[in-house]
Design a protein around this ligand. Structure first.
Ligand code: F6P
Length: 509
């Protein structure tokens, strides 16, 4: 498809071998990026100057590439189905990883008669499993055990109220997922759900039986009251936003079976092997990263969109937001110096819905916003109407990309499409656990590549801590109902006035 001469648009774009790439049967077409052979040469030279190949080698070798926290970033070991040893300070981590796989598999066979699972976690402890549960819900050949899978992240009790109204306390299992086991939202929600079990007439031993934890902080989970055999560990060398491959992904195995979870890991592992072993010029995560770098340098882009033309992937952009912006949303590089580029804002939602929302701006707004169009070749079913709908979905996806690239002239300025709006087309052969794993790993490795190109540490997130620190004294001031809150080290005059307003109005009651 991608090399057919008839498919090339007539505008300034052309379909050349430089534009068509594939890995793990996922095809990437960069034809609408407007990058010519000379540009590609320059981009790959930039990658070489950034010592990208060395960085990739160091990452998989367990070197401490997360310098600020003095740790490796070895989430790739969690999906290393080859079980080839991966060493951290002389110790192979694979036996511990494999042990958790065995425990997950055993748990899948133990949960009989469970109607509801409440997965409590936020950020990286939420997005990955939530996305996978949604994405795989209607995949032919994946048998769902039909449990109600509830994801509880927000401290807002609107979310827990919705979940607890549906769940049956006597046949519910609760998984508390937190790498640190200190995250306030998760701790409060976990306590509230444990109380709900108690209030619903569960005995203390039934409650102990119902509670599970996934964490890198075993002692905190133990202190919370989770029994040792219900704690599934992961490790400080796994970043929260890279953790769906660990027991954080338990819901995937529990709902769709351990084999499906393994397929998910297998797809990611295959993408890792591609990333690790393929020259830069054919390396899909690298090529995708370079298209973004090119648009930053040429068009000073500050935002890009990821639009999956697959409703099942509607959660993908939310998962991607944390991956990209928490990893690379930074102003200083690995040496503390100001950066030229870092993560643009990323947003998106499923097409074609997105077309009927913000695509107007993509076509005619003053900003250039590159787009990753993500499409699936095969429909979810061979029912004639599913095939017909899928064809319309794909034609919309192709049409948008073409319209954005080529634009349209018109005598009325209101009707002019300026064109030259860049996009990638990423085509999955089908949507299943394997290709979902491969897709997520592609973007993870792309984020790491971008970090290396920008000289940013993609594996820490110091910027999210300060607001959490400030929330504590503010919460105390709200709890006091004080009407004379003074500005202090942690509360400025504006926030003090807002607290007083709240204390004298709604929260006072
Ligand atoms: O606040 C950001 C963050 O630290 C993320 O990096 C992480 O995914 C999320 O909070 C949840 O953290 P934890 O898994 O430790 O509860």
């Amino acid at each position: 498809m991608l090399s057919s001469p008839n498919s090339a648009p007539s505008h300034s774009y052309s379909q050349t071998p430089n534009n068509a790439h594939s890995a793990v049967n996922i095809v990437l077409d960069t034809a609408y990026q407007g990058i010519d052979a000379a540009d590609w040469k320059t981009l790959f030279n930039q990658a070489r100057s950034a010592k990208l190949a060395q960085f990739i080698e160091d990452m998989f070798a367990g070197k401490h590439i997360n310098k600020s926290e003095d740790r490796p970033a070895l989430h790739s070991a969690l999906r290393n189905l080859s079980k080839i040893p991966v060493f951290i300070q002389g110790q192979d981590v694979m036996p511990a990883v494999v042990d958790v796989w065995h425990r997950i598999e055993a748990l899948c066979n133990q949960w009989v008669g469970v109607t509801d699972v409440i997965h409590i976690g936020i950020g990286g402890s939420d997005f990955g499993p939530r996305l996978a549960i949604e994405a795989l819900a209607h995949v032919p050949g994946i048998h769902s055990r039909g449990m109600r899978m509830h994801f509880l992240a927000n401290i807002d009790t609107a979310e827990s109220a919705r979940i607890l109204a549906k769940a049956n306390p006597h046949s519910t299992r609760v998984i508390i997922v937190s790498k640190s086991f200190t995250t306030l939202e998760t701790a409060m929600n976990a306590k509230a759900v444990a109380k709900w079990l108690l209030d619903s007439g569960c005995t203390p031993s039934q409650i102990t039986n119902s509670l599970f934890a996934v964490t890198a902080n075993i002692s905190a989970a133990t202190t919370f009251g989770i029994s040792q055999e219900h704690i599934y560990p992961f490790w400080d060398w796994v970043g929260g936003r890279y953790s769906v491959w660990s027991a954080v992904g338990l819901p995937i195995a529990l709902q769709y079976g351990f084999d499906t979870f393994k397929d998910f890991l297998a797809g990611a592992h295959a993408m890792d092997l591609h990333f690790k072993n393929t020259p830069l010029e054919q390396n899909l995560p690298v090529i995708m990263a370079l298209t973004l770098l090119y648009q930053q340098e040429q068009n000073d882009v500050k935002a890009y969109a990821a639009i999956p033309y697959a409703d099942a992937l509607d959660w993908f952009p939310k998962w991607l937001q944390q991956l990209d912006m928490e990893s690379n949303g930074k102003s200083v590089d690995r040496d503390g110096k100001p950066v030229k580029h870092s993560s643009p804002v990323v947003f998106g939602s499923a097409g074609s819905n997105a077309q009927h929302s913000y695509f107007q701006l993509f076509h005619q707004g003053p900003e250039i916003i590159p787009i990753d169009f993500i499409a699936v070749r095969e429909p979810m079913s061979d029912r004639p109407e599913a095939v017909a709908h899928h064809r319309i979905l794909l034609s919309n996806c192709l049409a948008q990309a073409q319209a954005l690239a080529n634009g349209k002239e018109a005598s009325n300025p209101n009707d002019v499409y300026p064109g030259k709006r860049p996009s990638n087309l990423l085509l999955l052969p089908e949507l299943n656990a394997f290709y979902l794993g491969a897709l997520l790993a592609l973007y993870e490795n792309r984020a790491a590549t971008l970090g290396a190109l920008w000289n940013i540490n993609s594996f820490d997130q110091p910027g999210v801590e300060y607001g959490k620190v400030l929330a504590k004294p503010i919460e105390k001031a709200l709890a006091s109902h004080a009407q004379d809150v003074q500005a202090s080290e942690h509360i400025d005059v504006i926030t003090a006035a807002r607290i007083i307003f709240l204390n004298t109005t709604a929260l006072k009651k």
